[in-house]
Design a binder for this molecule. Structure first.
Ligand code: ATP
Length: 234
């Protein structure tokens, strides 16, 4: 289990995250909702060692992660797929995937690559195309595939549907479920609440740096405070 406990993160005097707790199990999707500035990205950055927290704990199967630098967090099996995909546009799909595997054992690349091609057949079809020529949705799948090749146990996804054509949102969020079904625990920040909830197991809503709701997706759909947090009114 990946667990965040009483996390506080500051930018100078700004307390961006104040006492946040949430968790995710292998094979499950925890969806994090909240208005702009609620502290969602900051939480993901603190978990992955990109911004050290002021206090609190990040536990990976009970082992504390929050003081580890980012590269060590990746090696422990927790990877971040940041907002904006950031694929290497001039490189081929295959080359992008190869780069994703640099922290993993070489022997696992071929097997991992086959898994990625099975999960996302479009990447196999376009393996020799420059990544920059893919659609936004395909680039997002490439970003997922590249992260998968680091052989993570947990993936943190920051707004995977950002900037995608509406028709692609559903297919990208379905691929999130595919990753979870491969056994990965997913902590996903996503503005598309409805489509996000279609693939989530648990929902956490944040407002102004705090968790205002946390519970199973079935309850979240009928809970007004989730919606208010999402709309920025909580
Ligand atoms: P968004 O959906 O806009 O990304 P978010 O919920 O991810 O929102 P954060 O980006 O985590 O929110 O921001 C939380 C708070 O921290 C905001 O008040 C923001 O202005 C502030 N903040 C974020 N990054 C920095 C930074 N580098 N320096 C100073 N303040 C920051």
């Amino acid at each position: 289990m990946l667990e965040i406990k009483d996390l506080h993160v500051n930018y100078g005097k700004v307390e961006a995250v104040r006492g946040v707790g949430m968790s995710v199990d292998p094979g499950r999707v925890t969806l994090v909702l909240g208005a702009n500035g609620a502290g969602k990205t900051t939480t993901l950055r603190a978990v992955t060692g990109l911004h050290p927290p002021a206090s609190g704990q990040v536990l990976l199967d009970g082992e504390r992660l929050e003081r580890h630098p980012a590269h060590r967090v990746v090696r422990r099996g927790v990877v971040l797929v940041p907002e904006g995909r950031r694929v290497f546009a001039p490189l081929s799909v295959y080359e992008n995937l190869l780069l994703g595997s640099y922290t993993a054992a070489r022997s696992t690349f071929a097997e991992g690559l086959e898994q990625v091609y099975t999960m996302f057949p479009v990447l196999k079809k376009r393996r020799d195309s420059a990544a920059g020529l893919l659609s936004g949705g395909e680039q997002q799948m490439l970003a997922f595939g590249r992260a998968f090749l680091a052989r993570p146990r947990y993936m943190l996804l920051d707004e995977p549907s950002m900037g995608l054509a509406p028709a692609m949102v559903e297919s990208v969020l379905s691929s999130v479920r595919v990753l979870a079904d491969a056994g990965i625990g997913i902590l996903m920040v996503e503005q598309n609440a409805e489509t996000g909830m279609d693939v989530a197991d648990e929902v956490v809503a944040m407002a102004r740096g705090e968790v205002v709701y946390s519970g199973p997706v079935t309850d979240a759909r009928s809970n007004a405070s989730v919606l208010r947090a999402f709309l920025g009114e909580a």
